[in-house]
Design a protein around this ligand. Structure first.
Ligand SMILES: *[C@@H]1O[C@H](CO)[C@@H](O)[C@H](O)[C@H]1NC(C)=O
Ligand SMILES: *[C@@H]1O[C@H](CO)[C@@H](O)[C@H](O)[C@H]1NC(C)=O
Ligand SMILES: *[C@@H]1O[C@H](CO)[C@@H](O)[C@H](O)[C@H]1NC(C)=O
Ligand SMILES: *[C@@H]1O[C@H](CO)[C@@H](O)[C@H](O)[C@H]1NC(C)=O
Ligand SMILES: *[C@@H]1O[C@H](CO)[C@@H](O)[C@H](O)[C@H]1NC(C)=O
Ligand SMILES: *[C@@H]1O[C@H](CO)[C@@H](O)[C@H](O)[C@H]1NC(C)=O
Ligand SMILES: *[C@@H]1O[C@H](CO)[C@@H](O)[C@H](O)[C@H]1NC(C)=O
Length: 682
């Protein structure tokens, strides 16, 4: 008997290995929003499918399994975050979000499912994946609109040392204010593949809180297959356009001690639903169990929440801030609601400490085009810019900081073929230990832009224009910049705008730096007359910034002179680089651009100057690489390398002393690409 069992297990292993090459799944979550009706009467539903695989180009493929799901009218996939710090046998993970718009002809319920093989190696024998999303577009009697799904998200990969119990509050904000419940999947091959409830964990279904209690370390993950569902707080009906309707009861909650342990409403975190109303037909005390006077009704929506959880060998200490990173100020608290405005970049600053480990990186999950940066002060910044299409919606963003101990090993960047911008960087890791901070999630509410403002960035200043009409109740006499001590920092105005021309190096402008950008920030705030504290209720704050890429490309051709090259980044700021030829190494006589094309003999020395125009002090121009190509296309496959990583590669290159550190002077012998025409571009 026992030997038969072993044999089966081995067979299963073999079959797993044979299909492993298909893809490796880490987890997924879904949300959807009703986006109104189309002119042809169909309903527009926007799905956000977040899924994580070991390659950035895989994603789930959904199919309609119940009801009328309509057709897909648009789909866009974006890489959200990726990492090569997975467990031993499954290092790579890449989360993408696919935003899919469906036009659905009916407002009756429908279900979408996706399933295939295989999860990354799991210790609880989850091999296939099955995910289900259930939608009901019936018009709610309480809101007069179709239901909105809870805004669910989670980091697709969580890890914990075996000896460190931890609580994970799952982000389950509901825009309709419904009760959100989390449970393990239990419909096999529909909601889940194994429908396992991993040992060593406790899930509080009412509060969507997952407690890790204890387990043993294992290089394989636990595969979690959960469902998130929303239930109205009161009795409601859903009305359908064919005249039919259905009824929904609230979830009959057990009044446990845990549920009533909040001392005051003020202390209650906002993401916990307000006092749960009881069905009016029942009377009970806190010691009684509810007697449900009705049969349960289906949830308003059903969403998958699947992720991988790794239990690592024990940490020498479980105290946060020693090995496990401790999140400190200014990191927002879990559940914080952050306001963002359409077309304005919002940012979340995250800082972590670990006295005996090195803070390595941040892992994030959030809406498409969310980005993460590490500042030179070792803080992390998560940025996102909502579009007009996001107005009125809520977007959860989750993050955790990673720390590492042990001899640092710089791993090479991982080559992943992704069409969009992936975030792979060389990641120093260690053999000894990788630790996650607690996971925190915030929810970003996208509002209409209240104060209409516009920033223009050039090489010496930021010009901010604020439309007066958009803050009519405030006196412009009470507005100022961060540091108005100098007259040039005064704001001016005409009849329609308040105008500030803010030098990049004065008026309290803050400078921030990450690997790729220099960011200059300032803000217009209300100037407080200390005697008149009452005016505080009309506080205005317009934060603005200009971002300049630290890396620019300049090119100049031997034969055609072109205008100075301007490098654009996200339409925000530009630094201009000039590239000119000179007669000799005294760099006194510039060759008149009108005399181009330059006709030179092969072997002639060419004197070149690259100069950045920028008024910012303490910046230095550094020529990182210089390549020559016969065509003016930066993607030319076989350029001739002249300078690489700041070092000269071509033996004829000479670098000359410069007048100031925003210049770069160098010479080289003219050459010609074999077999190509005479024109050479740098
Ligand atoms: C479409 O929406 C409009 C406005 O919300 C509503 O008046 C109309 O009845 C809807 N049409 C259908 C076919 O649902
Ligand atoms: C992400 O940004 C790209 C480029 O700016 C844009 O084309 C795309 O629509 C954005 N995706 C979403 C879902 O907003
Ligand atoms: C930048 O803009 C300001 C305000 O428009 C202007 O005064 C200044 O000359 C500009 N600087 C450059 C280098 O163009
Ligand atoms: C500009 O600001 C300075 C210092 O705050 C102040 O003394 C000066 O009167 C202001 N000038 C104008 C024209 O408002
Ligand atoms: C006020 O100044 C802004 C920025 O220079 C300009 O766009 C706007 O047209 C001006 N308004 C009037 C009434 O001159
Ligand atoms: C190019 O930049 C240089 C400074 O590097 C400046 O002197 C020159 O006028 C600029 N040329 C043009 C055409 O803008
Ligand atoms: C920047 O450098 C210029 C020229 O060297 C100098 O006049 C100016 O005072 C400096 N500004 C600051 C803020 O250091």
């Amino acid at each position: 008997m026992a030997s038969t069992k072993v044999l089966l297990l081995q067979l299963l292993l073999v079959s797993v290995i044979s299909v492993v090459s298909a893809s490796h799944y880490w987890g997924a979550s879904t949300t959807f929003t009703y986006k109104g009706n189309n002119s042809d009467g169909t309903h527009k539903v926007r799905f956000r499918y977040r899924d994580t695989f070991d390659q950035c180009f895989w994603s789930l493929s959904w199919r309609c399994t119940s009801g009328n799901c309509g057709y897909v009218s648009g789909s866009k996939r974006t890489v959200i975050d990726s990492s090569n710090n997975g467990p031993k046998f499954d290092r790579l993970l890449c989360e993408t979000e696919t935003v899919v718009t469906r036009n659905v002809p009916s407002d009756k319920p429908f279900q979408l499912r996706a399933d295939s093989c295989c999860w990354i190696g799991t210790r609880n024998w989850v091999v296939h994946w099955d995910v289900l999303t259930g939608v009901d577009l019936g018009k709610r009697s309480d809101t007069g609109e179709p239901n909105k799904s809870p805004d669910v998200t989670i980091l697709p990969f969580l890890r914990i040392p075996q000896n460190c119990p931890r609580t994970y509050k799952l982000m389950t904000f509901d825009p309709d204010g419904d009760d959100v419940r989390c449970r393990y999947g239990n419909l096999r091959n529909i909601e889940c593949s194994r429908c396992d409830r991993p040992a060593g964990f406790h899930l509080d279904e009412d509060s969507c809180t997952l407690h890790y209690i204890s387990s043993t370390a294992n290089p394989k993950v636990f595969g979690f297959e959960m469902m998130v569902e929303d239930y109205s707080k009161g009795h409601i009906n859903l009305f359908y356009s064919d005249g039919s309707w259905s009824h929904r009861h609230p979830w009959p909650r057990r009044r446990s001690k845990r549920a009533v342990s909040y001392p005051t409403t003020a202390a209650r975190p906002w993401w916990i639903p307000a006092a749960t109303p009881w069905p009016t037909t029942t009377t009970m005390t806190t010691t009684q169990r509810p007697i449900t006077p009705y049969a349960p009704t289906p949830p308003l929506s059903q969403l998958p929440l699947q992720f991988s959880f790794l239990v690592d060998p024990p940490a020498p200490s479980c105290v946060e801030g020693v090995y496990l990173p401790k999140l400190v100020h200014p990191t927002p608290i879990h559940g914080e609601k952050i306001h963002a405005e359409v077309d304005s970049s919002m940012e979340i600053r995250v800082k972590a400490q670990a006295s005996l480990a090195v803070i390595q990186g941040i892992i994030i999950s959030g809406p498409s085009n969310v980005t993460k940066h590490k500042t030179t002060h070792n803080e992390f910044v998560i940025r996102w810019t909502p579009t007009a299409d996001d107005l009125g919606e809520f977007f959860p963003i989750c993050f955790a900081v990673e720390s590492a101990t042990g001899p640092g090993v710089i791993r090479p960047p991982v080559a992943i073929h992704s069409h969009s911008h992936s975030h792979f960087h060389p990641t120093p890791t260690s053999r000894s230990g990788l630790y996650h901070s607690e996971m925190r999630c915030v929810v970003v509410e996208v509002k209409r832009k209240i104060v209409q403002s516009h920033v223009i960035c050039n090489e010496s200043s930021m010009t901010i224009l604020v439309e007066k009409a958009s803050f009519s109740r405030l006196s412009e006499d009470h507005l100022r910049l961060n540091d108005p001590s100098n007259t040039i920092c005064n704001l001016t105005s005409n009849s329609t705008h308040v105008i500030g021309v803010v030098p990049l190096n004065q008026c309290g402008t803050q400078i921030e730096e990450d690997d790729d950008n220099l960011i200059f920030k300032n803000e217009i705030t209300t100037y407080e007359d200390m005697r008149n504290v009452i005016t505080r209720k009309h506080l205005l704050e317009v934060r603005f910034y200009c971002q300049y890429p630290k890396h620019g490309k300049v090119s100049q051709s031997f034969s055609v002179h072109r205008k100075n090259v301007t490098v654009w980044e996200k339409g925000m700021g530009t630094f201009t680089y000039g590239f000119e030829f000179y007669e000799d190494n005294s760099y006194r006589a510039m060759i008149n651009p009108n005399s181009y094309p330059l006709e030179v003999e092969i072997g002639t020395e060419l004197y070149m100057k690259i100069e950045a125009t920028s008024s910012i002090n303490n910046t230095e121009m550094f020529v990182e690489s210089c390549r020559a190509a016969p065509y003016d296309n930066p993607n030319y496959r076989k350029p001739y390398i002249i300078i690489a990583n700041g070092c000269k590669v071509d033996p004829t290159v000479d670098i000359y002393p410069r007048a100031h550190n925003k210049q770069f002077l160098f010479s080289m012998e003219a050459f010609k690409f074999i077999g190509l025409h005479d024109q050479i571009l740098h």
